[in-house]
Design a protein around this ligand. Structure first.
Ligand code: SAM
Length: 369
């Protein structure tokens, strides 16, 4: 007889439901995990526990929906090689910057050199997006810094600094940084700080702070990553991209109609002129969650898993972290030829501010048939 859904919940206590006290924010966002905000990531400690239980040091883990690269960075720290695929160019830039090996002397010299040039202007005219979302001085400072970036070997690190500063310098309220709808042009009552706040006028202070913070975070990561292990980043659609050989998969896929993975970093696409492939996102927020959208989503995840499976041997672990409130995954896994072995339930109870509330997610532990 097939096991019931409940019977699949593992009774082993993997202690995946950390409280704020067990796992404070600074631990969840240690070193490279906070070089740029990203809505919809999981935490490195979850990756750490799962990698320890289902993989061996020296193995190679694949994350087919790698996002900001949490799996990759933690895998390097846990002594594994890692490959991440993502369709969004900014996410790939972020992953590359987090996981690349740097010559520490060159990195330090370059970031300090660029830091000294913050405030230089380039005379470039801001485009429509920049004129709408930035005060004139902030736009000048961002464009000025962007124009010096290419003078450096580690231009990509500086591009991430440009993006992070651009996010903070938008004319928006402090409590609506994820998806602001309209520019905030006047002072406003700020729920976050419980006082009147003003929209930002300049970007130089963010450029300075984030250049030094990024340098410190990359140096910290260099001390904790395992020697001889490396990460590879593939920018593409995981349904069709050729992949290599891997020992298993650890991922959190997109969920239908929830997060627009390109739009959340719109400022980066505008400033860094990155390739926008949003029409290839599986479960794109713009498609909503209609019956047709859910069917297209399931087909997309099945296609991604079938392509991924070609890189795995029989019995290899496929770990999927998801809040499957529509119960789509049992069928998705069956169609992809994966056996659901157990479910580990995790209480994500640390959510703050406007996204407060009880929130659970599952780790689906499947194996290649
Ligand atoms: C839930 S997020 C992953 C977050 C990641 N676990 C982290 O910690 O940052 C899902 C990712 O899947 C990516 N994605 C969506 N459709 C894709 C496709 N067709 N091929 C590759 N990646 C895709 C999105 O761009 C997004 O970054």
């Amino acid at each position: 007889m097939a096991p019931t859904q409940d019977a699949l919940y593992a009774d082993i206590d993997l202690a995946l439901s950390w409280s704020e006290r067990d796992l404070p924010e600074r631990e969840r966002t240690k070193h490279v995990h906070r070089i740029h905000p990203y809505l919809g990531k999981f935490i490195p400690q979850l990756v750490e526990v799962l990698v320890e239980r289902y993989f061996q040091p020296g193995q190679h883990v694949l994350d087919p929906f790698a996002g900001s690269g949490t799996t990759l960075a933690q895998a390097l720290e846990s002594g594994l090689d890692a490959t991440g695929v993502d369709v969004a160019a900014f996410n790939c830039l972020l992953m590359q910057v987090k996981t690349r090996r740097y010559n520490p002397f060159v990195l330090e010299r370059e970031l300090r050199g660029a830091h000294a040039r913050i405030g230089e202007t380039s005379g470039e005219r801001p485009n429509v997006y920049l004129r709408r979302w930035y005060a004139p001085q902030a736009a000048r400072e961002l464009l000025g810094f962007r124009s010096v970036v290419d003078d450096y070997e580690h231009a990509d690190v500086l591009r991430v600094v440009v993006a992070r500063a651009a996010r903070s310098a938008r004319r928006t309220t402090h409590f609506d940084l994820d998806f602001p709808r309209e520019p905030q042009l006047e002072p406003y009552w700020c729920h976050k700080h419980r006082r009147e706040c003003r929209p930002v006028e300049t970007a130089a202070q963010f450029l300075r702070r984030y250049t030094l913070d990024t340098l410190a975070r990359l140096k910290e990561f260099a001390h904790v990553r395992a020697r001889g292990r490396a990460a590879t980043v593939i920018h593409g659609d995981v349904r069709s991209e050729p992949l290599g050989r891997f020992d298993g998969v650890l991922t959190s896929p997109p969920y239908p109609g929830l997060i627009d993975y390109h739009e959340q970093h719109r400022y980066a696409y505008e400033l860094l002129e990155l390739d926008d492939r949003r029409e290839l996102e599986v479960g794109a927020a713009a498609m909503g969650a209609s019956r047709a959208a859910l069917a297209a989503y399931s087909d997309g995840i099945v296609a991604a898993l079938l392509n991924t499976k070609q890189s795995l041997r029989r019995g290899a672990p496929v770990l999927i972290v998801v809040n499957d409130r529509r119960d789509l995954y049992p069928e998705i896994l069956a169609r992809a030829g994966l056996n659901l072995e157990e479910r580990l339930r995790r209480h994500v109870n640390r959510r703050t501010g406007r996204r407060a509330g009880e929130f659970f997610e599952d780790v689906l532990v499947a194996r290649v048939r």
